[in-house]
Design a protein around this ligand. Structure first.
Ligand SMILES: Nc1ncnc2c1ncn2[C@@H]1O[C@H](COP(=O)(O)OP(=O)(O)OP(=O)(O)O)[C@@H](O)[C@H]1O
Ligand SMILES: CC(C)(CO)[C@@H](O)C(=O)NCCC(=O)O
Ligand SMILES: [K+]
Length: 250
């Protein structure tokens, strides 16, 4: 019999691989910087029957997982972006081009609200996708906080940045602070633009925010937006629960 702790959900992003067993989906995720590092941790798990993998990084990740799963007699399900699933319809005409993390974040958010919504995933890149009545309307791809700072430093002679993640939002008084605050302003701009777009078309809507950098949008909670942990992994969980309906009713 398959149980929730035998199922592992893996979100391979551009910077790191995040993974967790289905029963621990709302706890802090494990994180690894390579497939090899991820396998070292997976080998310490008592038993794995099935791995659900989503990957927006290098295709070699899928090859590594395929070999690992073959060696350890684990079933591997690689999830790809679809045109339609769980009553959600993708707006891309070529869905193979859409990062599966966006698709999974939409599926996770779609389960959380009936209102028209924007789902914002704050990671290496920031994505924002809009959905109304189960129809994806389209979205935005924006550089993430780190990439923005790097691009500024790379393309200027006198602008420098540090690695600090800002804990305040106000005008800066040194170059490094101005860069950190300015890039934070740009991240907040994605949220504010989503509010602007949604409110011009409908009276009621939800905004759902996830990803490792979601705390940069923590202020949005006061406007009724929902900050959720592990959006992509929650999307993967929908596929797992659909395949194994006896686990938990959906
Ligand atoms: N405490 C924090 N506060 C704000 N931003 C953060 C924080 N920690 C990380 N970030 C930002 O979030 C991003 C990391 O996001 P995430 O953990 O979703 O994973 P990732 O592996 O980097 O991204 P992806 O899955 O897109 O590859 C980094 O680019 C960083 O700028
Ligand atoms: C935009 C990212 C990098 C966000 O992780 C990912 O979803 C991706 O690689 N997307 C491919 C391009 C697209 O979604 O249209
Ligand atoms: K690219």
């Amino acid at each position: 019999m398959v149980t929730e702790n035998d199922i592992v959900l893996v979100d391979a992003g551009n910077t790191s691989i995040k993974f967790v067993t289905l029963n621990n989906i709302d706890t802090e995720l494990h994180s690894a910087y390579s497939a090899t590092e991820c396998f070292q941790t997976l080998k310490t798990f008592p038993y794995i029957s099935c791995i659900y993998l989503s990957n927006v990084g290098d295709a070699s990740i899928e090859q590594h997982f395929s070999e690992f799963c073959q060696q350890h007699a684990i079933q591997l399900k690689i999830i790809y972006t679809q045109k339609e699933q769980f009553s959600l319809v993708n707006a891309y005409s070529d869905v193979t081009k859409m990062g599966v993390d966006r698709w999974l974040a939409m599926l996770a958010a779609h389960k959380m609200t009936r209102k028209p919504f924007a789902v914002i995933d704050v990671g290496t890149a920031i994505t924002c996708d809009f959905v109304k009545d189960g129809q994806h309307l389209g979205g935005w791809i924006t550089p993430g906080f780190g990439i923005m700072k790097d691009a500024l430093v790379k393309n200027t002679a006198r602008v420098s940045a540090n690695k600090d993640i800002p804990t305040r939002f106000e005008p800066g008084t040194s170059t490094e602070e101005c860069v950190a605050m300015g890039c934070q302003a740009a991240v907040r701009g994605v949220y504010l633009s989503a509010v602007d777009y949604l409110s011009s078309n409908q009276a009621e809507f939800s905004i759902i925010i996830g990803g490792g950098g979601k705390n940069m949008l923590a202020f949005a909670q006061f406007d009724g937006s929902i900050l959720v942990a592990n959006l992509v992994v929650h999307g993967l969980a929908r596929y797992a629960r659909n395949d194994f309906p006896a686990l938990v009713s959906e």
